[in-house]
Design a protein around this ligand. Structure first.
Ligand code: UDP
Ligand code: MN
Length: 379
């Protein structure tokens, strides 16, 4: 492939909290080594209030000495969560294009040029470099098959098979239309990102913002695509160096997205999390500014988005009710699924959101992006 000479410059934002210094530096070296220097305007490191001391003076000294003038460091003086940490990075960026990445990634050769070309052609495209895996215990890079990024009704993201027209074309270099993003890597026109409302700053800690941006960009006249020729590998870690209740925040943030963008389909999200719509018992904060944003941008309906961008999503439009069916004489018992062989309903001790077997959470069995479920093309 060849790309135009006069591509816009990019600012690369890495956010981190208590990441290993060596891993942050690998990400920095990798982007410097694999981006043409005239295109890389700056690197912005956003420290989301790490406690780890080596991420303070040592990091500062190292990057400023090694790459004088190239790296800006932004420090949050309280923990903001990944959503507002990315917004902080955007505020510090000055190039026409901004790329947002976790601070544990490696960039492949030629990752930037195709992404910048697609944005130069149309500033309303949000570009997702295709994700490969970095094995957390060996740092070996493992290539993943090309996929779009979808999600279930709990708004947990997962890789999905690319749209049929992409498969039919048989061109592995063609952009893949995607309904949402995994979130660890995306590239966007800086001003356009501001115009459409960045990420939802009312979201906390982790999760949901990646799906919300997908819905919003499509509903409000833009698009999102995975670019197979632009590749970035990401460490899938098994433990997170911040101890928040990820599940709770993913649920809370999902409800914000549902309330603002999903119209009547929001009931699917409540149903997936098995919470009542009237009194969900989850304080998802004030969404009035986001609703005003949707009105200001005159965005399309969720129905339009489902039909045109995420037709694979299964819709449940004849649900009468959902939740537990309890036995009134033995209130600890619920109607439940019997043995697989005879397929009969049984009484079973109520177990809420956990599953009958192994105490697994039924939504979590779809797994969050952290554990990146991968549905291969052949499945
Ligand atoms: N992060 C952050 N503040 C937080 C939580 C996470 O800045 O309160 C950052 C984290 O350092 C990482 C990114 O958000 O760069 C995504 O988190 P993580 O890698 O744990 O998620 P995963 O990629 O496993 O889904
Ligand atoms: Mn990550």
């Amino acid at each position: 492939m060849s790309y135009p000479e006069d591509l816009p410059q990019i600012s690369v934002v890495f956010i981190f909290v208590n990441e290993a210094l060596s891993v942050i530096l690998r990400s920095v070296h990798s982007v410097v080594n694999h981006t043409p220097s005239h295109l890389l305007k700056e690197i912005i490191l956003v420290d989301d209030n790490s406690d780890n001391v080596e991420l303070k003076f040592n990091l500062d000294q190292y990057v400023h000495k090694r790459y004088p003038g190239l790296v800006k460091i932004v420090r949050n003086n309280k923990r903001e969560g990944l959503i507002r940490a990315r917004i902080q990075g955007w505020k510090a960026a000055t190039s026409p294009v901004v790329g947002f990445f976790d601070a544990h990634v490696e960039f492949n050769t030629g990752w930037a040029e195709p992404a910048l070309t697609r944005i130069k052609e149309d500033r309303k495209r949000i570009i997702l470099p295709a994700i490969d895996n970095i094995k957390y215990n060996t740092f070996e890079v493992q290539q993943y098959a090309n996929a779009a990024h979808g999600y279930n009704w709990g708004l947990w993201c997962m890789y999905i098979i690319p749209p049929q027209d992409w498969l039919d074309k048989g061109d592995e270099s063609a952009p893949i239309r995607t309904p949402a993003m995994i979130g660890c890597s995306f590239v966007v026109d800086r001003e356009y990102f501001g115009e459409i409302g960045l990420l939802d700053p009312g979201m906390e800690v982790y999760g949901g913002e990646n799906i919300e941006l997908g819905m919003r960009v499509w509903q409000c006249g833009g698009s999102m695509e995975v670019l197979p020729c632009s590749r970035v590998a990401h460490i899938e870690r098994t433990k997170k160096p911040y101890n928040n209740d990820i599940d709770y925040y993913a649920k809370r943030n999902a409800l914000r997205a549902a309330e603002v963008w999903m119209d009547d389909f929001k009931s699917h999200v409540y149903m997936a999390w098995n919470i009542p719509m009237a009194n969900p018992g989850v304080d998802f904060g004030d969404v009035s500014e986001r609703i005003a944003l949707r009105q200001r941008l005159q965005c399309r309906s969720f129905k339009w988005y489902l039909e045109n961008v995420y037709p694979e999503m299964r819709v449940y439009n004849n649900t009468v009710t959902y939740g537990e069916v309890r036995n009134s004489k033995a209130s600890g018992y619920c109607l439940d699924q019997g043995a697989e062989e005879d397929d009969k309903a049984i009484l079973y001790p109520c177990h809420g959101m956990s599953s009958q077997v192994k105490g697994e959470n039924p939504i979590m069995s779809e797994k969050p992006c952290t554990q990146r479920i991968f549905r291969r093309n052949e499945e």
